[in-house]
Design a protein around this ligand. Structure first.
Ligand code: OOG
Ligand code: MG
Length: 269
């Protein structure tokens, strides 16, 4: 059984219904039951059909895509969420918040933060089996990032088809710190600490992400290949949360400190 099989079970009408549901939950910051409760036969391929339909809607409304992200690429994330298959999600320009921003939580359901190594590419990447070296050769620079994820499912509980349809919980992201050339840093064992209100709440190593963050980018390109997409030059790609995600509430200050890449801070209101 291919864990990345993109076989579909639902009709185009069902996909449109589910796209409406996800779009409404995202724009109204409202928690909904996971999609498989009404559509128990929903597959991973159906999840991506919804995600891509959502992307097409946003682009038609004039939003700009900046890249893609990997989801569930570390054991800490897989254990926390109970989903063991890595996913991808699209990133739009309007998800971005600058370093040291105040991030509103009123338009989010139950936000959590993750620290991730992000890549900016300088060459097109496509295909099912890129190597770590090919990803690094196509990387313009790497930069530290904090992703603010926000599942639109009640209790932040979901399964694989549901979370994929919900764009892998994408909501906001913050970059900052220090951009580095991939040749100038050892991405294989980069230490990270998440601090919330001055206290270290999670720590880990970039090795947690698929063995190496560039391998997670290769995984993103593999999934994109399976869904008929590729990674164009100039893409911004987040390689996946290194530690478990940390819940945030109004008033919280978060700093993610990355060895060699500086830190990324923000406050929640
Ligand atoms: C799914 C998204 C996971 C990551 O970095 O692993 C993700 C979720 O946990 O809600 O963005
Ligand atoms: Mg993430």
């Amino acid at each position: 059984l291919n864990p990345l099989s993109m076989e579909r079970a639902l009709s185009d009408a069902d996909i449109a219904t589910l796209t409406d549901r996800i779009e409404a939950a995202q724009t109204q910051a409202r928690a909904i039951p996971k999609l498989t409760e009404d559509f128990p036969g929903m597959t991973l391929g159906d999840g991506y059909a919804v995600q891509l339909a959502l992307l097409r809607r946003w682009l038609a409304e004039g939003q700009r895509q900046v890249g893609w992200k990997a989801g569930l690429t570390s054991k800490a994330k897989m254990d926390q969420m109970g989903v063991r298959v890595p996913t991808v999600g699209f990133l739009l320009a309007n998800f971005f918040r600058p370093e040291n921003s105040v991030i509103q939580t009123s338009d989010l359901v139950h936000p959590r933060v993750e620290c991730e190594v992000a890549f900016v590419t300088k060459a097109d990447l496509s295909g099912p089996d890129l190597t770590r070296e090919q990803v690094l050769a196509a990387t313009d620079f790497v930069v530290p990032a904090v992703e603010v994820i926000d599942s639109r499912f009640s209790g932040f509980k979901f399964d694989l088809p549901s979370v994929v349809a919900d764009n892998s919980s994408s909501a906001r992201y913050v970059t900052g710190g220090r951009a580095r050339l991939p040749a100038d840093v050892d991405l294989s064992t980069l230490g990270v600490v998440i601090e919330k209100n001055g206290e270290a709440v999670a720590m880990g190593s970039s090795a947690a992400v698929a063995g190496h963050p560039a391998d997670a980018v290769a995984l993103v390109v593999k999934v994109l290949h399976e869904i008929g997409q590729h990674l164009p030059a100039g893409s911004f790609v987040m390689s996946g949360g290194i530690t478990e995600a940390i819940a945030v509430a109004p008033g919280d200050c978060v700093s993610a400190r990355f060895q060699a890449l500086g830190s990324v801070s923000m406050r929640f209101a």
